[in-house]
Design a protein around this ligand. Structure first.
Ligand code: UFG
Length: 327
C-alpha cells in the first residue's frame, strides 16, 4: 500500500516525500507542475502529472495504485494573489479538494492529512495561538483553507473519512543535504528574499513596517523548518492509521522573531552586510503570529529538530547559494 502525496513537487510536499522515502514508505506523487518542479520529486516516488480538479485523472490514479492514505499539499498559497484573484483560490483550493474527496470516498480511501495555515486565525486574540482560538481569516487564502477544514469535517460525518489539518506558521529552510529547497516564482517570503541580497540578485531587503507594537517595531513570526513540518505529516498519518480521530494541530517552534532579527541572523550566516530599507506596512500583516504547538507535541509526539533560527537560515542559504535560480 502506498501514500499518495498531492502537491509533492512543491516546497513542503517535496521535503515530505523525501522524509517518507527515507522512512521506507512507498510513495506516489501527483502534481500538476503549475508551481511545483519535476526535479524536486524524489526518484523513488512514482510520479503522476495530475490536477486535483480533474476527477477522471484522479479516479484513474486511485484505480492504478493501492493508496492507504493521502497527504494533500496541492493548493495555491500566496496571500497577496488570493486578494486580487479570489476565484482562483476558491477554484483550486476548495473546488479541487471537493473533487479529491469525492474520488477518495468513491475509492474507499479514508485518511487524509492536509496543509492548513496560521492564516486561518487572522488577527490573533492572544499569543501564543492555540487551536481552539477564534478563526477569523483576514485574507482569502486563509478563508479557503478554513473552508477546506470544514469541508473535511462535513465529509467525515457523512462518509466516515478521517482527517488531520496541520496549521503551519512560517515554513522555511531547506533539506540539510542541500538537494531540494524553497523555489517560488514570484518569491514573496522573507528568508529567500533576504538571501537574494548576498546572492547578488537584489540590492537590499525591504522591511514592511517599523511601527508595529513589537520589541523593535517589526512583525514577529514563528519560523519552522520544512523538515520538521515533513516529520509532522508522517506522524499525523501514522496517528490516523492507528485510529486517531479528526484533529487540528498548530505547527511552529513557539518562539517569535522580528523581521530585523531574521535579517541579523542572515547577516551572521552569510557574512554579508545585507542592507535593509524601512518601507510602508504590507496590507493584512498581523503584528505577531506565534504558535502554541503543545498539542502536536503531546498527541503526535512531534519534536522539532531545527528550533534554532541560525541553523534554519544556514540550511536555506546552503540551498539558495547553490541554486540561485531554483531548480
Ligand atoms: N517581510 C518583509 N519584507 C519582505 C517580505 C516579508 O518585511 O520583503 C515581512 C512580512 O511583512 C512579515 C514577515 O516578513 O511580517 C514574514 O513574511 P512572509 O511573507 O515570509 O510570511 P507571512 O508571515 O506573511 O506568511 C506566512 C505564509 C503564508 C501564511 C502566513 C500565515 O507564507 O502562506 O504565514 O500567517 F498564510
Amino acid at each position: 500500500m502506498a501514500i499518495l502525496v498531492l502537491g509533492g513537487a512543491g516546497y513542503i510536499g517535496s521535503h515530505t516525500v523525501c522524509e517518507l522515502i527515507a522512512a521506507g514508505r512507498d510513495v506516489v506523487v501527483a502534481d500538476n507542475l503549475l508551481t511545483g518542479f519535476r526535479e524536486a520529486v524524489h526518484p523513488k516516488a512514482r510520479f503522476y502529472q495530475v490536477d486535483i480538479r480533474n476527477k477522471a485523472e484522479l479516479d484513474a490514479l486511485f484505480e492504478q495504485e493501492k493508496i492507504e492514505g493521502v497527504i494533500h499539499f496541492a493548493a495555491s498559497s500566496q496571500v497577496g494573489e488570493s486578494m486580487s484573484n479570489p476565484l482562483k483560490y476558491y477554484d483550486n483550493n476548495l473546488c479541487g479538494t471537493t473533487v479529491l474527496l469525492r474520488s477518495m470516498v468513491e475509492h474507499g480511501v479514508d485518511k487524509i492529512v492536509f496543509s492548513s495555515t496560521a492564516a486561518t486565525y487572522g488577527e490573533p486574540e492572544r499569543i501564543p495561538i492555540s487551536e481552539g482560538d477564534a478563526t477569523v481569516p483576514t485574507n482569502c487564502y486563509g478563508e479557503t483553507k478554513l473552508a477546506m477544514e470544514k469541508l473535511m469535517s462535513w465529509t467525515s460525518r457523512a462518509h466516515g473519512l478521517r482527517y488531520v489539518a496541520l496549521r503551519y506558521f512560517n515554513a522555511c529552510g531547506a533539506h540539510p543535504d542541500g538537494h531540494i529547497g524553497e523555489a517560488h516564482n514570484p518569491e514573496t517570503h522573507l528568508i529567500p528574499l533576504i538571501l537574494q541580497v548576498p546572492n547578488g540578485q537584489r540590492a537590499k531587503i525591504s522591511i514592511f513596517g517599523e511601527d508595529y507594537p513589537t520589541k523593535d517595531g517589526t512583525c514577529v513570526r514563528d519560523y519552522i523548518h520544512v523538515n520538521d513540518l515533513a516529520q509532522a505529516h508522517i506522524l499525523a498519518l501514522d496517528y490516523l492509521m492507528q485510529g486517531g480521530e479528526n484533529n487540528v494541530f498548530n505547527l511552529g517552534n513557539g518562539v517569535g522573531f522580528t523581521v530585523k532579527e531574521v535579517i541579523d541572523v542572515a547577516r551572521k550566516v552569510t557574512g554579508h552586510p545585507i542592507p535593509a530599507e524601512i518601507c510602508p506596512r504590507r496590507a493584512g500583516d498581523p503584528a505577531q503570529l506565534v504558535a502554541s504547538s503543545e498539542k502536536a507535541r503531546a498527541v503526535l509526539g512531534w519534536k522539532p529538530q531545527y528550533a534554532d533560527l541560525e541553523t534554519i537560515v544556514s540550511t536555506a542559504w546552503n540551498w539558495h547559494k547553490n541554486h540561485p535560480n531554483g531548480y
